[in-house]
Design a protein around this ligand. Structure first.
Ligand code: AMP
Length: 258
């Protein structure tokens, strides 16, 4: 589902389901588009595509941990340290963070998708700087969805932002050539964000942007020489079903040297 108001993207969502659930799912998606915090859309697109079971790759969710930070600056500082630890050049991470904070699309708006950035040179690699790359065709199976909700409830994080970001990050972390992901939401009421990396899992920061800010974004950092064409194919077209959840690791305070 994709909902927009004029040129402004309002919301989007993905589901993988068996055909017998299609009618209910379509109704739920329309309801969701109409009730988004970012406003009422004037256009809702529902696209339904048949997928054959043989196309599906099954993967697990990443481990989750929260780094408790006392301010947006503290959050960004801690996120930069984690990105550096994952293999992103510190200057590149800083510059991408600044770009995201000032709106990564031309005109200073949020992009509809993610930036693709060479983790060493900082070169932007996406084909269209307004759209970026949109990760699509991924979902949890019913058991993993129930497991995830139960575990997130135990740590007070069972909300759609966290659940959906985890699913997206799981797919991204299995992409060829990915070094790390950085994200904060464009929802003005939601200040948390995360860094995800293959060896580190999903590291959440409760404050990564100021309350009321509607510029959000995502950046996928790539190893030098990564095959960008293959990455687009995987992120946009490969069907991924998540059938296992990750661990919930203990919360942390920021570590100044990491
Ligand atoms: P959200 O977490 O939905 O608030 O999105 C935060 C930012 O991530 C948006 O401003 C987009 O730049 C980007 N984004 C949202 N959905 C996707 C997606 N499916 N694939 C890639 N990037 C996305």
């Amino acid at each position: 589902m994709r909902a927009s108001s004029g040129p402004r993207h309002i919301s989007g969502a993905e589901k993988l389901a068996t055909a017998d659930r299609l009618e209910d799912l379509a109704a739920a998606m329309v309801k969701r588009a109409l009730e988004h915090d970012k406003g009422t859309p004037d256009k809702i697109h529902l696209t339904v595509e048949k997928v054959s079971v043989s196309e599906i790759i099954r993967i697990a969710l990443p481990d989750i941990r929260t780094v408790h930070v006392a301010s947006v600056d503290g959050g960004r500082h801690a996120a930069l340290a984690i990105l550096a630890g994952a293999g992103v050049e510190p200057d590149v991470a800083r510059s991408v963070m600044q770009t995201m904070a000032s709106g990564a699309a031309p005109g200073g708006e949020s992009m509809r998708g993610a930036m693709l950035v060479d983790a060493v040179t900082g070169r932007r690699l996406e084909n269209d700087p307004s759209r970026g790359v949109r990760v699509s065709r991924m979902d949890l199976d019913d058991r993993a969805a129930a497991d995830l909700r139960e575990r997130l409830q135990q740590i007070g994080l069972d909300n759609a932002h966290v659940r959906e970001a985890l699913v997206l990050a799981a797919k991204v972390l299995h992409a060829p050539g990915i070094v790390a992901e950085l994200c904060w939401s464009d929802d003005p009421g939601y200040t948390a964000g995360y860094v995800a990396a293959p060896r580190l899992g999903y590291v959440r920061f409760p404050m990564l942007k100021p309350l009321g800010e509607d510029r959000g974004g995502r950046a996928f950092f790539l190893a030098p020489g990564a095959d960008v064409g293959e990455l687009y194919r995987y992120l946009e077209k490969q069907v991924v079903l998540i059938d296992r959840v990750g661990r919930i690791l203990p919360d942390e305070r920021p570590h100044p040297c990491r």
